[in-house]
Design a protein around this ligand. Sequence first.
Ligand code: BDP
Length: 626
Amino acid sequence: MKLKLIIACVLVGWQVVASGAEFANAKPKDIALKPIQNSYRNVLDLSGIWKFKKDEKNIGESEKWYNGITKSRTIAVPGSWNEQFTDMRDYLDWVWYETETYIPEAWKNEHIYIRVDDATYTAKVWVNGEPVGYHEGCHVPFAFDLSAHIKWNQPNRISIKVENKLSPGRVPTGNVPGSSFGNFPNANYDFFPYSGLNRPVVLYSLPKQAYIHDVTLRTDFEGSTGKVNAIVEQKGKAQSGKITISGYGEKLTQSLQFSNGTANVTIDVPNVQLWSPENPALYDVKVELLDNGKVIDEYDLHTGIRTVSTNENSILLNGKPVFLKGFGKHEDFPLVGRGTALPVMVKDFELMKWTGANSFRTTHYPYDEEFYDMADREGFMVIGETPGVGLIFGGDSLELEQRQEICRQYITELIYRDKNHPSVIMWCVANEPSDKAKLGTFGGPRKTKEEKQKAYDAFAENFTLAKELDPTRLVMYVGVMMGPTDWFELTDVIAINRYWGWYTTPGDIETGSDVISTELDRLHRKFKKPCMVTEFGADTYAGMHAVQPEMFTEEFQVEFIKAYLDVAASKPFVTGMHIWNFADFKTSQAVMRFGGYNLKGVFTRDRKPKMAAHYLRSRWNKEAKE
Ligand code: BDP
């Protein structure tokens, strides 16, 4: 208890030092609704060319760079800085971004917010030289109220200081002492630690008198009647509101009565069109706030009516077993790094559909929000993952507490942000967490019994939080080879990443597939839950061939994938197979990463198909017809 208190005090102290007393911490609830443009709300996208400057010595604040940076260079936002400059590929320390904008006169009587969709890893924001807020964490948005800092009829300066240092107290972790990962930069994961403002920065306005702060839609159905439960939260004091659901010949309106700022209604939708990959039926949802009968705010979104559950063998969508065919992916592309690149996103959906896939996991962090809208429309089942990759339960207790804190924050931010997407059927709270005392999944001593229990309890807390925030979806984590299996007690689906025949018994696909087969049987026998292999694959140098399959050739990749898919097809309790990876991607440098790339893509990094992509296309499309 005493220790907990000390840790908490140190943590609070750390935050004050790190963020400065005047910087407010971001509130996760403020990102619950994506900014939209309609008659009551406005959005001003600040994407474009910004000023940029390195701050290697961290002197920017004492030299007041927030009053304007001098001798700056030019950077594109969104985009990762590591790709844009010849001297900054491995630079992960402090930098400053700056832009200026006028704010429309029409926003004068509104709340004005800034939303940064991704500042990896920590960010401090100033407006017109005044501190506004601080956020820690990668690939999740944050928002701050700027209303008090705006200047009218003149440019407003927005300064954002960002760094992405790899450290054991962060999630994902990096620079862990004694780590056996062995890569540079020394991240505890293989994808490249792309840094900076990877996604758009927008300003947006919300009506002054009252605005819709959150909308949570939960769906169900009985017979041919769909049920949409809507929980609407307002800020301010609108007298009442209404919600309208329309689509497929129906237009259903219900009034909203608020008590302590929240209204809760359930709407019956007759002759429901259920959402599924075969029929991604979406209904329009309009939420309005009213004052004396006059509309004062409106939020527009969509919903797909569907349920998700499991039985012993399968994930059930709308009560029927589904098989998840697809990939683990990355947001990764030449020149943009991890930056938002909408044509690449559209192409990826095109190619996934071309292979016959119906699903993907947002490995290893939440993606740009456009992905989820697209998945809703295109009928993809998504496993939404937090940035909890390479999570360890070793280190000192302060680091442990810091990691737990940020994991809880990520789960909250992820669920607040993505909860209304019918495509998202499962939350993944961590990829390959390890209970070893040291880092390096394959190295390091196992922890003592007490330490293991502590790790289990901490991990269980994350599951409980996810279930509390969203009782309607499945919750899982992904287990690592040779990792703890007792943690599967916590999950709805047993998900494992396996490379038998690649990292072990390299080149021997037959032995590898025997091992995965036995292991799947054992896991299912023990836990009686549906199983899926969330990663399996082989590095493949596009254009390398051999008559007899040999590691790194296209033939080997096809045989490896085929062997694993055949094993899965023989087991009725396997509910999905995700190939690692959709496309080759940039990594830190390591002996196992030729040229600084993970080459397990079935497409090359520039999206050309390897033989395996053609193989999947013929196999998965044939299966769809059977
Ligand atoms: C898995 C990780 C994934 C790696 C993959 C690999 O989850 O991020 O890229 O191994 O080694 O353990 O290719």
